[in-house]
Write a protein that binds this ligand. Structure first.
Ligand code: DGJ
Length: 332
């Protein structure tokens, strides 16, 4: 009887161990299976198998180390700016929180650019109180892409309220610009030129006459494209794009670039940035947030290719799954 009990106990233990081994190796293989495509709106896990928590941000490419860095709002705890690194834009390693928001009530839409002259990583962001009435730009710096970033200043640019931001750096001149949802309440987008060290906004600051949020900027063949969402909080809405021959305008308003967007809600996303992928011709990556109505840490991402048509129109088409082979590599 005793032997029978011992045998049953041993078999149960072996079974449990086997189960633990199988589930942990399955979890391990899921966490480490390399991704080879973008799957817009889908589950997107980092290399440790955790949901990527990096919203409303941007991507930069650091040539020296041939590494992409993705910055965004870490909406989980602790809150602040998240940073992930990648070699291929599909697989992202968590570099941790690079700026803890601390006392800042609302920290949103961080964008990082690199000042080559001073070897400084500069992060601009939306600095606000919980009622969104402080409405300022914040700026932080770090000498490393993975932080820590230290807040240097926060203020209303040229006296204007500022909320959502987009950024653009001119590749030849290295001049940087911030497009910001300005005035009350996000009445218009203004475009401001930054100082040469990227640490201040200058008095070159113009009204684009666009009532919108989520600005993203790209340039193709000398023409600037400004992509924006409407203003409806965390709820998606139809996007609009504008074009201009000069980044400071004047801009011409066009329609919604999301083609076949049945819900008329930008494929259930809101723009946060347009990343020009280096090494490919005209490879513009639409980065959008799927806020699911609430801006939660587990909000998803909608990354899609942006097409500029032969007639100069902007189009964004839906793909369940896509990869960089869609673009033509540039000759070195
Ligand atoms: C829309 C903005 O685009 C988001 O960044 C956030 O500020 C929400 N509004 C808050 O309602």
């Amino acid at each position: 009887m005793k032997n029978h009990k011992t045998n049953a106990f041993l078999s149960a233990t072996v079974f449990c161990l086997l189960l633990t081994f199988l589930t942990s190796s399955l979890a391990f293989s899921q966490a480490t299976a390399a991704l080879t495509s973008f799957q817009p709106g889908g589950k997107w896990l980092d290399t440790e198998g955790n949901h990527i928590d990096s919203h409303g941000g941007n991507i930069i490419y650091v040539e020296d180390t041939e590494t992409y860095y993705w910055y965004g709002e870490r909406r989980g705890t602790p809150r602040g700016a998240a940073c992930y690194s990648s070699k291929d834009l599909y697989n992202w390693e968590n570099e941790g929180i690079v700026l803890e928001k601390g006392e800042i009530e609302v920290f949103e839409r961080p964008k990082v650019i690199y000042d080559e002259l001073n070897k400084n990583y500069v992060m601009w962001f939306h600095y606000d109180n919980s009622k969104y009435l402080t409405a300022e730009l914040g700026v932080a710096t770090s000498d490393s892409p993975t932080g820590p970033f230290v807040v240097q200043n926060h203020y209303r640019p040229n006296g204007h309220e500022s909320r959502d931001i987009g950024m653009y750096v001119e590749p030849d001149t290295k001049k940087a610009y911030i497009g910001y949802a300005a005035d009350h309440i996000n009445k218009t987008i203004r475009m401001a030129e930054l100082s040469d060290d990227y640490l201040e906004t200058t008095a070159k600051d113009v009204d684009i006459e666009a009532h919108c949020e989520g600005p993203g900027i790209l340039k193709k063949d000398g023409k600037f494209y400004l992509l924006t969402s409407g203003c409806s909080g965390w709820t998606p809405n139809p996007a609009t794009y504008y074009t201009a021959d000069d980044i400071m305008g004047p801009y011409t308003k066009h329609g919604n670039p999301f083609v076949g967007d049945a819900g008329n809600n930008s494929f259930n996303s809101q723009p946060c940035f347009i990343f020009k992928i280096p090494g490919y011709k005209d490879a513009y990556l639409y980065m959008g947030d799927r806020w699911n109505g609430g801006g939660k840490p587990d909000s998803e991402y909608v990354f899609l290719p942006i097409t500029i048509t032969e007639k100069g129109g902007m189009e964004i088409h839906w793909h369940n799954k896509w990869d960089l082979s869609m673009f033509t590599p540039e000759k070195k």
